[in-house]
Ligand binder design. Structure first.
Ligand code: ATP
Length: 493
């Protein structure tokens, strides 16, 4: 039986998952019942971090850009939506089962993993050729040839270690349920597999009521559901997840210009939130979805390799046109500048809030060695951008006596209206610093005897662990400035 190799990469990923659980970021869903595969809950610090990620994205889209407005459409939609969008017909993944282990895999993912293996061994040409071939076969929907390729590449099931594969079949990823009390199937509806369609069906409502002129965009954050076949890698691939999508409506013929603009803008955004340039790359699609004429992924170097975080797609007029056909309602725009009616083209940016969370968490997770000889210690901390960190500052009285807790409480109360701060007096100051490092708090404010004399505190910086003295009166403006989204916006100019 083939065992999963213990590489430093998957040890690191295991540590990251354990850290996320232990320090209140992400728990398996309904854990007391042994969990539910590929479904997760966010703990107190995870919920704060995710809320900050969503708020930053929302504000960048709707405030930073004057030509983008927001929307919050329902998860349930008329079933014809999914006929028009092509999801009923073709929202499929090619799956293959191993007859010995009875495990199911995505055929394309098995081949992509093989290509990544070639790439890691320095066989770039082989990797590129395999990806190209895979793309061509999937494009031609030649599932028999996909199976043959898996066998020719000697790909084995990691559980059974055999290549005893079934044929490749298409599997629809949408979850369905019933609306109302009908039980004959006529009330069948779907849980949306993407938020985009809520934007398309509301295109004219938004354009008219918000008095928008093409080119303009609509941004939305919301839950999406996919019955994923390969449900591993923690919150990378979930069955219930959150998307942050922006559909930008443009004049036909101008879509490539906008596509390039959004591709560059989104890559810049990922760098601005603190992701290292060398850990990001763009990956042009070999196989285009049925609706697209250009598509690129922003990929991040996760501990398990470079993988998609965000997709930027030029969707042509496919969606609006097919909604117009199926609904028999005109979805055209009269452009006063050119004096013509047309169906706009769409460029979309689509990023998963959970995948973004995982990227930030992996990139922030630091295990650093300090000291020398026998005194070497490992310091673990989360180097999150201060604007995204769940807790901005911790107020820590040095001791539990001499009036220090009272002074600490006074500072805590004066700051808690402005941002998320915590107050802690239990345990040694060193232990309390460590606890804050582990959840990524950028500032620790220690209240000591000198504070009572001159109203100054020490402020400790998470990344350098350096401390400086600062008057209490300056704390609020200092922390506000350091944790403001403006620091990110400045990098986007
Ligand atoms: P993949 O190839 O990884 O399945 P996709 O190309 O199907 O992703 P899109 O349909 O383009 O993904 O969705 C846009 C974004 O939504 C992705 O870039 C990702 O961040 C997020 N996303 C998609 N599926 C999931 C999922 N199952 N769990 C978490 N996030 C997801």
């Amino acid at each position: 039986m083939a065992k999963k190799e213990q590489t430093p990469e998957n040890t690191l990923f295991r540590d990251i998952i354990a850290h996320a659980k232990e320090y209140g970021f992400v728990y398996p869903s309904s854990e007391i019942y042994e969990g539910l595969q590929a479904v997760y809950d966010y703990g107190p610090y995870g919920a704060e971090l995710k809320k900050n990620i969503k708020e930053l994205w929302w504000n960048t889209m709707t405030r930073f850009n004057d030509d983008i407005v927001g929307l919050d459409s329902a998860i349930f939609m008329h079933p014809d939506t999914w006929k028009a969008s092509g999801h009923i017909e073709s929202f499929n993944d090619p799956m293959i089962d191993n007859k010995d282990s009875k495990k199911r895999y995505r055929a394309d993912v098995l081949l992509e993993e093989k290509a990544a293996e070639y790439e890691n061994n320095g066989e770039q040409e082989k990797a590129d050729a395999l990806l190209k071939k895979t793309g061509q076969l999937l494009e031609a929907e030649d599932l028999e040839a996909v199976r043959e390729l898996i066998i020719a590449e000697d790909i084995k099931c990691p559980i059974s270690g055999t290549a005893n594969w079934t044929e490749v079949r298409q599997f629809n990823l949408m979850f369905s349920t019933q609306i109302g009390s009908v039980s004959d199937g006529s009330g069948k509806i779907y849980l949306r597999p993407e938020t985009a369609q809520g934007i398309f069906v509301n295109f004219l409502n938004v354009q008219k009521t918000a008095r928008m002129k093409v080119p303009f965009g609509i941004a939305q954050i919301g839950k999406a559901f996919r019955n994923e076949i390969v449900a591993r890698q923690f919150i990378f691939r979930m069955r219930e997840f959150e998307q942050m999508e922006m559909q930008f409506f443009v004049r036909p013929g101008e879509e490539m210009e906008w596509y390039e603009k959004w591709r560059d803008a989104r890559l810049k955004w990922h760098k601005a939130i603190g992701i290292a340039e060398e850990d990001l790359r763009l990956h042009e699609h070999e196989k285009l979805a049925h609706y697209a004429n250009a598509a690129v992924d922003v990929e991040y170097k996760f501990p398990f390799g470079f993988k998609e975080v965000e997709g930027i797609h030029s969707r042509t007029d496919f969606d609006l046109k097919s909604h117009q056909e199926v609904s028999k309602k005109k979805l055209q725009y009269f452009d006063p500048e050119v004096g013509k009616n047309y169906i706009p083209y769409v460029v979309e940016t689509s990023v998963g809030a959970d995948r973004l969370f995982l990227m930030l968490f992996c990139s922030a997770f630091k295990n650093e060695e300090t000291g020398e000889g026998d005194k070497v210690k490992t310091r673990t901390y989360l180097k999150l951008h201060p604007a995204l960190a769940p807790v901005k500052a911790a107020i820590l009285p040095l001791t539990k006596k001499d009036g220090l807790p009272e002074k600490g409480q006074e500072i805590y109360k004066s700051l808690k209206g402005a941002f998320n701060v915590v107050y802690e007096e239990a345990a040694s100051i060193g232990k309390r610093y460590t606890r804050q490092d582990l959840i990524g708090t950028p500032f620790c404010i220690a209240v000591d005897h000198q504070t009572l004399e001159d109203n100054t505190v020490t402020i400790r910086h998470r990344d350098s662990t350096e401390q400086e003295r600062m008057p209490i009166t300056e704390l609020e403006s200092y922390i506000t400035k350091a944790t403001s989204f403006n620091r990110i916006y400045e990098l986007l100019q």
